[in-house]
Design a protein around this ligand. Structure first.
Ligand code: ARG
Ligand code: MN
Ligand code: MN
Ligand code: MN
Length: 315
């Protein structure tokens, strides 16, 4: 497949500073492993908006939403153009909000094709400014794509200006839901809030827990996950490194125990990406400033390199 590496040094939507350095930490890790991975690609750089960090930001229920709106628009434009050229984007990003821009771009390039999402993460990331306990927008990308405010479970009172930006974000790539809730499959999700649980229950979104992955094994979990998406014509895989266990590394903004091992994460992504419908893969949330010895980036780089190899050798 025609792979294109996309770099998005986003970090506005994370609660802790430093995720924009994740891509360069992956590059440092590749050098440490004497891998030629990064010499094989000529990456596209999506403009970030990290200058917003130095501006006053009066949006407590959707932090830096003005900057996040700008970045997601940029991600959408890049991914849409690549998909129109039938390229396979491998997206290296900072905070996970960018996944919404990726999904919006995939959908905008082929609006008629039903899009499924495999979300490998400790978190469900399905909040809105009306429900988020933190206001950190990396917890909202799936809410954006579903155009889901989840007002039945409202906890917060966003301002008119926050709502105005939120409405604009949901319309990037067209004013319609980019995915159906039932076309989301979660893997390793284990740290959610009540408004998210209500939505997951309401739509019957399937989550394969770490324990289930271990019991059934990677092959079976992959088959089951892909079977749920049997009616989808395209699939996007989003890999948040905090899906891996917090004992592996705390080099990510929101580490959580009871996650996948590096080998489990690696094999899972290698297996899933063999499906011909997969059209984009994304890795997010490496934050080397929270780490020592760049451990998270080293582990994440292994997953990145193995997954890319699997993609290349299976086509
Ligand atoms: N659910 C929590 C929140 O909304 C954590 C979200 C973490 N998301 C992530 N992409 N790491 O604040
Ligand atoms: Mn997460
Ligand atoms: Mn409030
Ligand atoms: Mn996430």
């Amino acid at each position: 497949r025609n792979i294109k590496l996309v770099e998005v040094r986003s970090e506005l939507a994370a609660g802790t500073r430093g995720a924009s350095l994740g891509i360069d930490a992956l590059k440092v890790a590749s050098l440490g492993k004497k891998s030629d991975f990064f010499t094989r690609f000529d990456p596209i750089n999506v403009p970030d908006a990290n200058n917003y960090l130095w501006k006053n930001n009066p949006y407590p229920h959707a932090k830096y939403i003005d900057g996040v709106h700008e970045v997601l628009g940029n991600v959408h434009d890049t991914i849409k153009a690549l998909r129109e050229e039938k390229k396979f984007p491998i997206v290296l990003a900072g905070d996970h909000s960018t996944a919404a821009g990726t999904i919006m771009g995939i959908k905008a390039a082929n609006p008629e094709k039903r899009l499924g999402v495999i979300w490998i993460d400790a978190h469900a990331d399905i909040h809105s400014p009306y429900t988020s306990p933190s206001g950190n927008m990396h917890g909202m990308p799936l809410g954006m794509c579903l155009q889901e405010d989840n007002l039945e479970n409202r906890q917060q009172d966003p301002s008119a200006e926050e709502i105005e930006y939120w409405e604009k974000i949901k319309k990037i790539g067209g004013d319609f839901p980019k995915i159906k809730a039932s076309d989301i499959v979660y893997i390793a999700v284990r740290d959610t809030e009540e408004p998210e649980n209500k939505l997951i229950e309401k739509h019957g979104i399937r989550n394969f827990t770490t324990q289930e992955v271990r019991q059934k094994g990677i092959t079976q979990i992959s088959e089951e996950a892909l079977a749920i998406l049997k009616d989808c014509e395209q699939i996007y895989i989003s890999f948040d490194v905090d899906s891996m266990d917090s004992s592996i590394s705390v080099g990510t903004g929101t580490p959580v125990p009871d996650g996948l091992t590096v080998q489990e994460a690696l094999k899972l992504n290698m297996e899933l990406i063999k499906d011909k419908r997969v059209c984009c893969w994304e890795i997010v949330e490496v934050n080397p400033t929270l780490d020592s010895e760049n451990i998270m980036a080293q582990n994440a780089f292994e997953v990145l390199e193995s997954t890319t190899k699997s993609l290349v050798s299976n086509f």
